[in-house]
Write a protein that binds this ligand. Structure first.
Ligand code: GRG
Length: 287
């Protein structure tokens, strides 16, 4: 199977699973389930759950054994996007070319839909217990890691730093990278580490995969910034690596990070080919 087909196939599996796990729009209270589904099925690329599945495959585990955790992380990602778009945070009227949650459902329901997705994300990770061959201890570890990687030392903390910066011009490169590590790379690391932990990876393997995750996570955010500029979504007040350091430097830096990410996979053989392909895909993606 070529890599394009691999991504397509995994996206279909993830979409089907999410549809099965999320409450139906008819279930009461209907409005919250509608809002959850509106954002979950709003055209996301499913990069994070694909990373969880691909990492499990590296250890010979099939999709079924980690799909609930993979989808749980996608729900948490969706929650962060809804809250990120809120008027009091980034104030974005559009997400993936469609009206953001608060524009469709109002601010109160958007906040609650985000909360509901966060809770449902944890619930799905816990439900991975239903898979017999997965050790209960590894699920507890993933729950602990989830709280860590989305908490105040990581994703949430990165978001706080982001909104606290008064002048985007003043930030130093190392501080911006540190912020991106928390705001974006942390959840990507969690996606990879979860797949590895549930599959029984050892410390050396986890360390290599974490390095891979940090580097693709940073590259992902820099590419995202370049795409924003290319689609003319330049916002002077917003932190943007490409805006600040230029397109050429951003291209060089993202390529360097992807090479470094692939380099940390050298302890694995051909079984890590998909993860190498994911790294390359993140550089060439158009959105
Ligand atoms: C309370 C834990 C907690 C978090 C709330 C709002 C927030 C704090 C964090 C938001 C962090 C954030 C929005 C980071 C940006 C990361 C990013 C580039 C997202 C876009 O990812 P894609 O392109 O999205 O993978 P798709 O659309 O494909 O799903």
């Amino acid at each position: 199977m070529n890599f394009k087909k691999y991504l397509e196939n995994k996206r279909n599996i993830i979409d089907k699973a999410l549809d099965e796990y999320l409450p139906s729009e008819e279930n009461s209270p209907s409005i919250i389930h509608k809002a959850m589904r509106y954002s979950v099925f709003g055209g996301g690329k499913r990069i994070r759950p694909i990373l969880t599945l691909a990492t499990a495959e590296l250890f010979g585990k099939d999709t079924e054994s980690v799909i609930k955790t993979a989808c749980g992380i996608e729900l948490i990602h969706t929650f962060s996007l809804i809250h990120d778009d809120l008027p009091s945070i980034d104030n974005d009227d559009f997400r993936r070319g469609k009206p953001s949650s608060h524009k469709v459902f109002g601010e109160a329901i958007a906040i609650l839909a985000g909360d509901a997705l966060l809770v449902s994300g944890f619930d799905l990770i816990i439900k991975n217990m239903e898979v017999k061959e997965i050790k209960k201890q590894s699920i507890l570890k993933v729950i602990k890691e989830t709280s860590f990687y989305i908490g105040t030392e990581n994703m949430l903390g990165g978001q706080v730093e982001d909104i606290s910066i008064k002048n985007a011009e003043d930030i130093k490169k190392e501080n911006l990278i540190n912020l991106y590590m928390k705001k974006t790379a942390a959840l990507i690391c969690l996606s990879i580490r979860s797949g590895a932990i549930l599959s029984g990876a050892n410390q050396r393997q986890l360390k290599a995969l974490t390095k891979y995750g940090e580097n693709i996570g940073l590259a992902f955010q820099i590419v995202d910034d370049m795409l924003d500029i290319m689609h003319d979504q330049r916002d002077a007040g917003k932190l943007n690596y490409a805006n600040k350091f230029g397109m050429k430097e951003s291209k060089n830096e993202s390529e360097r990070l992807i090479e470094e990410a692939k380099d940390s996979l050298k302890i694995f053989n051909s079984e890590a080919e998909i993860l190498r392909n994911v790294a390359d895909y993140l550089l060439t993606r158009k959105r």
